[in-house]
Design a protein around this ligand. Structure first.
Ligand code: MGD
Ligand code: MGD
Ligand code: SF4
Ligand code: MO
Length: 732
């Protein structure tokens, strides 16, 4: 039964309410929902309690989808700048005509590289956008393709390719005996790489896992929602994760707790790794991390005991001081303990939307996901990530370098930027430079339902269709599910506004510029316009499950009948996981000294809010009410006493790169010496407003040209050395 008809008596008239199965796309957790529709309008969304995978879970953000559609602030028409800070309505087709004209001229004058895309967080929620816009860049021959991944967790991509891949994947959470979660708070973020707490109803998953005996180790400077439920919480000094992991590996190797047979057959470089961790004895590591030695020892032993389960990281260490090495040591720890599915094991989820393929108990040494494609002009040591094949689509350039690519004159300078469902002025490192760069562009186009800080300075702001007005499939999360699962949703209602989907801008430009856009082997036609379903069919071509089935059968589906066993190691297999590849020696050298705070007294870290997704949500009244009007600076009461600063006072936070105001919030759930704030708050640098009313932007404190990680260009967006002082009272 797909749709239910409900008759409601409202006043004297009888209204027909249709209930449609759909899923939330506010974040990437894709919780199933039931939307009630009356008279062409959505009247409510509720959790789909029949869904066996999610068990009826939703969060407060997802429950705002209806409010978002009908609230006044939502853009219902595309906007064009009037040149004096104002905007006026423009028909979407006319806007795309004008944009195409300008793009054509820029390409003629400056070449295709001058046209750039930045796909922000919410662009990932439109299942057609990433593949189409990336293929569009390939067709244009413009490598200027950027996403939020390179200011998020790019070390996972780079290090994954450097160490190599196990064909059958690492252990998932549901059959793990132990999980070590490092700088990740999935109970709030609904995000975890495989092996961590799944984003599907996370609290429930954790409760069940604990009940069956899972041991949870959490490494976080804050006593997070997750840490409160852990067996062991290691309240680490930010930036010392690599030292801690080196210390744990040393213990595990010294006590022979590793999987020696697996290491012998499938790894290389164990001897060098052993040597490199030698200096990280318990005393040294305990002093650096500020964690009691006994607790480190216990965590190492509990982890090694397994026998199943892995270590994973979230954004905490990825944004901190040594993400490449931390990520390498996490992968090494999982490797030496052999935390992978082996021959004969069931593959929990071989993927529903990807083509069927066997999984072998074998290491694949892939080409390095760096150094194959274009290079940055300003800092050529950085370049395309994820560009493994010449025939495939373009890779991703590092977003930390995009402002400089816009500002630096010369061949290849970026002149036009499409910002898709992102907010660079709030999200990129070095807010002042970002503003200068965005203002220097010949053409800035945003697709956003709001006049965001970035949209305010755009030439065109295109109004998008929102979640419940779009057809989508759970493409992004397909490999993350712990069972083969998928859901397709048709648009719940048709929008009666002049709004477009994100990929439709690119399709409109392909048509006008006569570009041949190919996804896989398939050319996406410029005439006639493909439907969203046809685009998704091309993206999921040869998938294990035909998306036609998913489209015809609304609601989430678990495909219990997909049963795949890990195949034995082929005789020809020679691949090995590289425990000490090129670059790691230098990375160890870098952390021989503890994080140097110099003349700075505290370390600033970031963490996610339950009520907003980065900057998305601040316009929604119910979320704003919960969140408050500022992003406070969380500080331990004992630190405040030492500084002689009282709770709720206004302070100034100063890093080497800039200073911001903040309102103090005392909490004993944070490590001493650490200050935590949410990111992507505040205003544009030239539009200051009281910090109590708008919060402050922590990217003022982040550099886009110093403290960058090798290969990925990842900026240090957390673990920033800061000083704190009380704001002097303003004399009236
Ligand atoms: N200092 C510091 N900086 C950070 C981080 C940090 O922790 N600290 N985190 C980094 C990370 S992990 C990320 S992913 C980035 C995020 O950076 P961005 O993705 O650039 O920023 P968001 O704030 O997520 O912007 C999302 C935008 O999508 C819009 N939007 C909402 N719904 C829709 C829709 O249906 N369609 C369209 N087209 N738009 C929509 C919202 O209005 C908002 O403007 O920030 C990064 N920057
Ligand atoms: N509600 C909500 N959900 C979100 C988002 C949101 O803004 N709000 N953002 C989305 C996005 S874009 C992303 S990328 C994901 C991120 O998802 P997560 O990675 O889970 O993000 P956080 O919740 O910020 O968790 C990071 C943790 O790292 C800790 N930490 C900081 N520095 C260090 C360090 O040096 N070492 C260690 N060990 N820990 C450290 C912080 O205290 C924090 O608890 O969440 C997504 N989901
Ligand atoms: S966790 Fe919340 S915001 Fe994310 S998909 Fe589920 S209901 Fe939507
Ligand atoms: Mo992110």
């Amino acid at each position: 039964m797909v749709q239910q008809l409900v008759l409601e008596v409202i006043g004297d008239t009888t209204m027909t309410t249709t209930i449609k199965k759909t899923f939330c796309r506010y974040c990437h957790a894709y919780c199933p929902m039931l939307a009630s529709v009356s008279d062409g309008k959505v009247t409510s969304v509720k959790p789909d309690t029949d869904n066996a995978m999610y068990g009826g879970y939703t969060c407060i953000k997802g429950r705002q989808l209806v409010e978002q559609m009908y609230q006044e602030q939502r853009l219902t028409h595309c906007q064009v700048s009037t040149g004096n800070g104002g905007f006026t309505d423009i028909n979407s087709e006319k806007a795309i005509d004008e944009i195409a004209e300008r793009v054509k001229k820029l390409v003629e004058q400056y070449g295709p590289r001058s046209i750039a895309t930045y796909n922000g967080t919410v662009a990932f929620q439109n299942s057609g956008q990433l593949a189409y816009s990336r293929a569009w860049h390939s067709a244009l021959k413009s490598p200027s393709y950027y996403t939020s991944v390179t200011i998020d967790q790019p070390a996972k991509v780079f290090v994954g390719s450097r160490i190599g891949y196990w064909g059958a994947g690492g252990h998932f959470f549901h059959d793990s005996d132990v999980a070590m979660v490092i700088g990740n708070n999935p109970l709030v973020s609904h995000f975890s790489p495989p092996g961590g707490v799944p984003s599907v109803s996370p609290a429930d998953q954790l409760r069940r896992a604990r009940k069956r005996g899972l041991k949870l180790i959490v490494i976080d400077p804050r006593e997070t929602e997750l840490a409160r439920r852990a067996d062991l919480h290691l309240q680490i000094k930010p930036g010392e994760d690599a030292a801690l992991l080196a210390g744990m590996i040393r213990i595990i190797l010294a006590e022979n707790l590793h999987d020696a047979a697996f290491c012998e057959q499938f790894t290389s470089g164990l001897g060098q790794l052993r040597e490199a961790v030698e200096g990280f004895d318990l005393g040294t590591v305990s002093r650096r991390t500020e964690i009691p030695g006994q607790l480190i020892l216990e965590a190492a032993r509990v982890f090694a005991a397994g026998p199943r389960g892995g270590a994973i990281t979230g954004t905490g260490p990825e944004m901190s001081s040594s993400p490449n090495l931390t990520q390498h040591l996490v992968a090494s720890l999982n490797s030496i303990c052999g935390r992978f599915y082996r021959a004969g094991d069931k593959v929990p989820n071989p993927g529903v939307l990807s083509p069927p393929s066997p999984r072998f108990a074998q290491v694949f040494e892939a080409p390095l996901a760096w150094g194959q494609g274009a290079r940055c002009r300003v800092r050529p040591e950085f370049g395309e990530l994820m560009s493994p094949s010449k025939s495939g689509p373009v890779g991703e350039m590092p977003t930390s370098q995009l402002a400089d690519e816009i500002l630096m004159p010369g061949d290849g300078q970026v002149k036009a930027l499409f910002v898709i469902a992102g907010n660079p002025l709030m999200a990129w490192p070095n807010q002042q430079k970002t503003l200068e760069a965005l203002q220097a562009l010949d053409l800035l186009v945003c697709i956003d339902p709001y006049m965001s800080a970035t949209a305010e300075i755009a030439d065109y702001v295109l109004a998008p269709k929102l979640t419940l007005e779009r057809e989508d499939v759970t493409l992004l999360s397909d490999p993350w599910y712990e069972k083969p699962y998928s859901q397709y949703s048709k648009a719940v209602v048709e929008s009666d506004h002049d709004v477009i989907e994100e990929w439709e801008l690119y399709w409109g430009l392909a048509q006008r510029l006569d570009l041949e856009v190919k996804i896989g082997q398939e050319v996406i036609p410029n005439f006639p316009k493909p439907s969203k379903f046809e685009l998704l069919q091309a993206i999921t071509a040869r998938s294990r499950v035909d998306i036609q089935f998913l489209r015809d059968n609304p609601g989430g589906h678990i495909f219990e009948d997909i049963d795949l066993e890990v195949s034995p190691t082929p005789e020809s297999a020679t691949g090995r996981l590289k425990l000490f590849p090129e670059g790691v020696a230098e990375e160890f050298q870098e952390i021989i000294e503890a994080v140097d705070t110099g003349e700075y007294s505290h370390l600033l870290i970031g963490f996610r809010s339950k009520y907003v997704l980065n900057s998305f949500g601040l316009n929604l009244p119910a979320l704003r009410k919960k969140m408050g009007s500022t992003n406070p600076a969380l500080i331990h009461p004992d630190d405040l006493a030492d500084l002689n600063i009282s709770d709720d006072s206004e302070i100034v936070i100063q890093s080497r790169f800039g200073s911001i105001p903040a309102i103090v919030k005392a909490t004993d759930r944070i490590k001493r010496g650490v200050v935590a704030m949410h990111h992507n708050w505040g205003t544009a640098p030239d539009k200051q407003a009281p910090v109590r009313e708008v919060g402050a932007n922590t990217n003022v404190l982040v550099s886009s040209d110093d403290l960058l990680q090798p290969y990925t260009g990842m900026p240090r967006s957390s673990t920033i050395p800061i000083n704190i002082r009380e704001q002097e009272a303003v004399v009236a």
